[in-house]
Design a protein around this ligand. Sequence first.
Ligand code: AHR
Length: 813
Amino acid sequence: MTTLDIRANEPRFPTAKTLYGLFFEDINRSGDGGLYPEMLHNRAFDDGIIPDDLKVDGNFIVNANGYRIEYCGGEGTERWIRENNNGETTDIPGWYADGAKIHLDREDTLNTNREAALSVHFDFGGRIRNIGYAGVPAKVGEAYHLYFFAKTKTLVPLTISLSDENGIICGQEITVSGKDFIRYDTTLVATRTTGQACFVVTAPRGGQLSFGFFSLMPAVTYCGHGLRIDLAAKLEDLHPAFFRFPGGCIVEGLSDSTVMRFSETVGPVWERKGHINLWQYRMTNGLGYHEYLQLCEDLNAEALYVCNCGMTCQARECILLEGEALNASLEEALSALEYAIGPADSHWGALRARMGHPAPFNLNYLEIGNENHGEAYEKRYEMFRNAILDRYPHLKIIANTHVERSGLQLDVADEHFYNRTEWFSSNTHHYDSYDRQGPDIFVGEFAVVTGPTRTQYPAVGEAMFMIGLERNQDIVKLAAYAPLFENVHYCVWSPNLIAFDNLRCYALPSYYVWRMFSQNRGTDVLPCDQSSGEIYPPYLKGGPALMGSNGLTFRNAVWNGENVYATHELLGHVEAVADGFRIMPAEESQKHPRMHLSPNDDRTFIVLGEDESTRTGVFEIEVLAEEGRTISVGICCSPMTEEGSKERWTVHNLRPVNWTLRNGKSTIIEGWGMFSTVLAEECPAELSAGVYHSLKMLSDGGTVSCYLDGILLQTAELPHYEMLQSVALADGEDLIVKVAHIGSEPETVEIRLDCEVESEYTVQLLANEPTARNTLEQQEQVCDQLLLHQGAAKTFVYQAPPYSVSVLRLRKC
Ligand code: AHR
């Protein structure tokens, strides 16, 4: 049983009004063809044009320091071209010709920011087609606004339509004439619904012309400001207090040309430069700075702008800007601020006014850089901060790291967490010990990204972590999930809070936690003393493994008294040798890019046997000690995801407890690679080269003990954590109690109050099987319900269902 002692009359501190917000980054094609519902792909014909500061190497583009991203000349990456085009290829992404010849004109373009025009020679009845973003959508009865710029030396009648395999859905006729680019506008009204139409331009009498730019968008958009209604409504439902944009890594870029610059995203869309982002595609920048600021206003959220600080992404072979280039970056940040909050008669404020918003926007937060760190960052941070505060002293400055530890000033520190469910469930006290005199904290990006994702189970883990944030909202003032959107046809990063295709969208279980929590903010945080049972991470079970260097020689591997042999060679291979076995190096095909292995990395990962069942057991093995060779043996090697899931037996999906002997030292670690945790600090361990040593790992379910040649060397506690987390809030005459329970059985929660409450109370409940998920077909399989309960009293019992998140609302009397 869990007990909660809540003192309703002793508020600890007020809730942070800004706590729950949003982070938008254009990733997974969430902008064009998504939140910004442009229906034509490559409307400015520049998708296949690679900027001069990137080299092309097959399907990759490479920055000056050698960092590579996949980007084929077609429609994004290789993967996407196959999915979208049924084998058809084109040199001009998105565009195809039947009975017509198309080529890019790089000279005679619509304006100086346009890099190409589409030159078309139509035969009689010839046509060009645009395939949209995995199809052009149409909804019966809905109107779509088309405009394009074209020029011709003659007079060319065109028929413009949306059509699919069942014929024409809507169409219009337009005759193009005039030797200079002229804009043509029309409206198409769909007679059928489909997500899979094509946009077709036919010339019944043939002709030669040049198109400077196209755009096709729904006529009705969110608040009339150009964004897709169903997606924006999903954001509105979260009641975001702030909106962080435009990234994320895309702010940093991987070269000068791929940095996101506000100045290239404002003004008429046909005059905006596009740019390639580091998520492998070109953005039109139609969803630009003005549109973000307008969306913040429409959502009633505070704008939180992130500027590049004169360096590209540090995780991608960083390029540092210096001198004039660095000054230009600073100028860019200052200009962005002038655009948002400068007077309407300033240079950039005047453009804002011309774009329809003479009054300044509400922007009070500026983040300098994204995920930047170290000396190079701190130098730039200081330079930017000083110059920015000089002009805009009211701004709250957000730093990417705790720069106060280097003696610099900041208002807010941004911290990001991507990890597994159990990390979030067990780190609910992360902020309890933070310095109350330090900066405010912005948990700017977090999500479960490893182990089971997209389901109820990670949503409950995140809820437990968020309860920890709520208990610390005297310093944790802002938080956001990341990333926000994915187009299901262009997903490079999963999970994301909201998924969509051309016609539909659904939210992940995590979304409903955010919605429940942001709808129930309360006014004050109350003392809530909790006592609850503990659990072990569900993945902490299973048989043994070897993870030492390649070349490691071993014999007589025994698990619980039975001989075991290599069953899953995740990294490296096992070969029989004279008196035992040797681990041979991994093949390239075994190395997943996410492992981040350097060329000299000699680690291996071999699972022995098939046991996936138990947390207790004994693993014995004899291992040959050799100079410089790391010996690492492990237990608890069961995959974190369920039977049948993709990539089950991979190094990312296992989190063994491993005992490592290296350079005369011994240590016990949980996990492998990026997300590992030390369970027992290093202690001395002498091995004799050329000698077989006997190693024994024994788990009694609560601790693991490691014996070297029969002598106990080290013991570590296995990770475990509270299975339930809670926070209590006051809200006028109401008391709000949020409870997240990750155990597999219902949990009895005894709630003890210091005041009387009415018997009737409401529960907003998100309870499901741990594997439950939403899909495009079943969009609200996982969704919170509002229930009416009876029986609340000064002391009463609430049954928290397994894997559930509950928000109880009690009325004082
Ligand atoms: O949210 C996806 C990426 O994760 C962001 O671009 C970056 O800030 C982080 O590394």
